[in-house]
Design a binder for this molecule. Structure first.
Ligand SMILES: C[S@@+](CC[C@H](N)C(=O)[O-])C[C@H]1O[C@@H](n2cnc3c(N)ncnc32)[C@H](O)[C@@H]1O
Length: 211
């Protein structure tokens, strides 16, 4: 279920410009196979942020590399380390990113992020969380020491099809919705982050560090 009304969703979808071949292929594959990827507007927002900072990005949750491709296309000197525990997805992302011509800017780290984050080499200017929703706090705690003082935090699915607000649906498991609510409250009350939950895509948290 979308968080915006149908006519606004459809207006935004019609505004999207044509995508290059590999990105379009990824979207078709994700729709066909039910792979959860960010909505195009979320990808574009990530691209704008990553591009403006020419960021060193840490992404938790690669899937087939769709959000990584959005960001990679916007980078010049910047780079992406992206973490994925499903070896099949790692193989698909590796292939898509190579064919899109951005493999030199993206390192995919295979394994559970809770185990791999401590070993990745920072510092990072942008942290994007998009893996297991109930583990967001763990990823953030583990990644925080690797972030620059001016780092941005971006988090996907914080509105969970509207279900965190008590909306109808039932797509998300109850404990995931509960974890989403707890994460949103902690983010907005945090002394370490200055952020908001935005009605972009499926709800995107955007925050900067309080230094
Ligand atoms: C929503 S998808 C990521 C979508 C991707 N960011 C995009 O928009 O193109 C979440 C991915 O996180 C992976 N994942 C879930 N928990 C993980 C963990 N603890 N460590 C590493 N990857 C994880 C899943 O296998 C899945 O491929």
């Amino acid at each position: 279920m979308a968080i915006l009304s149908e006519h606004v969703e459809s207006y935004l979808a019609d505004l999207r410009p044509p995508r290059a071949r590999v990105m379009a292929e990824m979207e078709e594959f994700a729709t066909r196979e039910g792979v959860p990827i960010v909505q195009w507007e979320t990808g574009r927002m990530l691209a704008a942020l990553a591009g403006s900072l020419d960021a060193r990005v840490l992404e938790v949750g690669t899937a087939i590399g769709y959000s990584a491709l959005h960001m990679a296309e916007a980078l010049r000197q910047g780079s992406i380390v992206t973490l994925e525990r499903d070896p099949g997805r790692v193989a698909q992302a590796t292939d898509y990113l190579r064919r899109a011509g951005v493999a030199d800017r993206v390192q995919i780290v295979d394994g559970d992020a809770k185990e791999t984050i401590p070993g990745v080499e920072g510092p990072f200017d942008l942290l994007f969380l998009d893996a297991t929703k109930g583990e967001y706090r763990d990823y953030l705690e583990l990644a925080e020491p690797k972030l620059t003082d001016r780092a941005l935090l971006v988090v996907d699915n914080l509105l969970m099809s509207g279900e965190v607000a008590g909306g109808e649906g039932g797509f998300w498991p109850a404990e995931t919705v509960e974890a989403g609510r707890a994460f949103n409250e902690a983010l907005l009350r945090s002394e370490h982050w200055r952020g908001a939950v935005l009605a972009v895509g499926d709800g995107v948290g955007l925050a900067s560090r309080v230094i």
